[in-house]
Write a protein that binds this ligand. Structure first.
Ligand code: 4JL
Length: 420
């Protein structure tokens, strides 16, 4: 058989798993520091949870299929719809605000894969029930706390901040773009750098919009500071007041060095309604490190009553590349406390008793299960990075003793089984 995992998926051998567990440990610990609770949902959902007609890449690459009854299902491409479903399922019973996090595996299916991945893990933190940008700043602070824990600084990573209300102010309020066309326009604007101008104009035309909007869009996206934004929209505009408050709060949190206003950020998800942000490598070699924003109207698209919400997704792949590039991946070695080794087959029962006693005491014990020579046990203990080798030898065992070799100091002692 082919030993490779399915195309675009990864195996996690113990060496890989140690890195993943280390990374997830930081995700969990930061979420805990910010008072977020962990939740989960099924990796398969009904396909219609992801049906949005805005031309998003994420829905275009849905990993979908029919089950044996012909029900349309999909592997989740993102967590937010499942979270929204869960919030709706509780009706009004949840005490708001909800601050929840998860680390789901998310899937995509591209026909043209070119060695691209089809799954990744994505740390999500979301807040439901807080309408103001205080929630966004809390999320941004969590991202900064995480990056800082890993040894990164604001010289390595920046977070671009904008609001969908910027483009909304220009396109909908000023230029009369219909409200229902705004989300698809944002999705299109997100692809502006990747597509030739003609393709953008054609897509705008398909939305019934004038291709000349491109110039106004590009002009708006070039805004890089609050003064220019105020000039473009006026000081009373919500985009301006929101972002001013956000940057003022960021100063108070001590995270302002990480943040840059950049109106070119719109994000590619249809449901964002306000603040949008993405973290980027200041070395400018990698794709976005994480992204998020405010999505105050998602629940009504599922037929529920809206609750203000915002959140982010932070993938495991780009951050791992960045940490490798910067030499910030720690040496994570496999280890256990004790190797327990019986000199002969007739002492196997004794070795099992010793192993169980040490395990009851909370130690991590690798019991040698095969018939092996003493020399092998030493080599094995070294390879496992064990602290101690616990030997069960005939004369000692007869006296109720086990021989303990301290592999760090080279010292040894005979210790009574009862006092182990
Ligand atoms: Cl590998 C991968 C899976 C899902 C990359 C992106 C997505 C969409 O969130």
């Amino acid at each position: 058989m082919d030993t490779k995992p399915p195309r675009g998926t990864r195996d996690f051998f113990p060496d890989d798993m140690r890195l993943r567990t280390w990374l997830f440990g930081h995700f969990r610990e930061v979420a805990r520091q910010y008072g977020f609770e962990e939740y989960d949902a099924p990796v398969v959902e009904t396909e219609d949870l992801y049906i949005r007609k805005a031309g998003e890449e994420i829905t275009g690459q849905l990993y979908n299929f029919a089950d044996k009854k012909g029900r349309r299902l999909a592997l989740r491409p993102e967590m937010t719809p499942s979270l929204a479903r869960m919030i709706l399922a509780k009706g009004g019973a949840l005490k708001l605000p909800v601050k929840w996090f998860s680390i789901p595996q998310c899937w995509r299916y591209e026909r043209m894969t070119r060695g691209r991945k089809r799954e990744h893990y994505q740390w999500n933190m979301d807040v439901f029930g807080v309408p103001g940008v205080a929630a966004e700043v809390e999320l941004l602070a969590a991202i900064v706390t995480f990056l800082t824990r890993l040894g990164l600084s604001s010289a390595d990573v920046g977070i671009k901040i904008s609001s969908r209300k910027v483009l909304q102010g220009v396109l909908v309020d000023r230029l009369g773009v219909p409200e229902d066309k705004f989300a698809p326009v944002c999705v299109l604007v997100d692809k502006l750098e990747k597509l030739p101008r003609e393709a953008i104009e054609k897509d705008l035309a398909e939305l019934g919009l004038d291709g000349s909007l491109v110039d106004r869009i590009i002009e708006t996206l070039s805004i890089r500071d609050l003064d220019a934004l105020t000039e473009a929209l006026g000081p009373e505009h919500e985009a301006v007041t929101d972002l001013m408050t956000l940057f003022t709060l960021a100063e108070a949190y001590g995270i302002a060095d990480w943040l840059v206003l950049d109106a070119s950020v719109v994000r590619g998800l249809a449901y964002y309604t306000g603040t949008v942000f993405e973290a980027f490598d200041r070395g400018a070699t990698l794709r976005a490190i994480c992204g998020g924003g405010r999505y105050d109207r998602l629940l009504s698209t599922f037929g529920g009553k809206d609750v203000p919400a915002c959140g982010f997704g932070f993938g495991d792949v780009v951050i791992a590349e960045l940490l490798k590039d910067k030499g910030l991946v720690p040496e994570l070695t496999s280890t256990c406390d004790d190797i327990v080794f019986a000199f002969s087959e007739d002492l196997r029962g004794a070795a099992q008793q010793v192993a169980m006693k040490l395990r009851s005491a909370g130690r991590s014990v690798d019991l040698v299960l095969q018939k092996k020579k003493m020399k092998w046990a030493y080599t094995h203990a070294d390879a496992r990075g064990a602290r101690r080798l616990v030997l069960i030898a005939p004369s000692e065992w007869e006296q109720g003793l086990v021989r303990i070799k301290d592999l760090a100091t080279g010292g040894q002692a005979d210790v009574a089984f009862d006092t182990l």
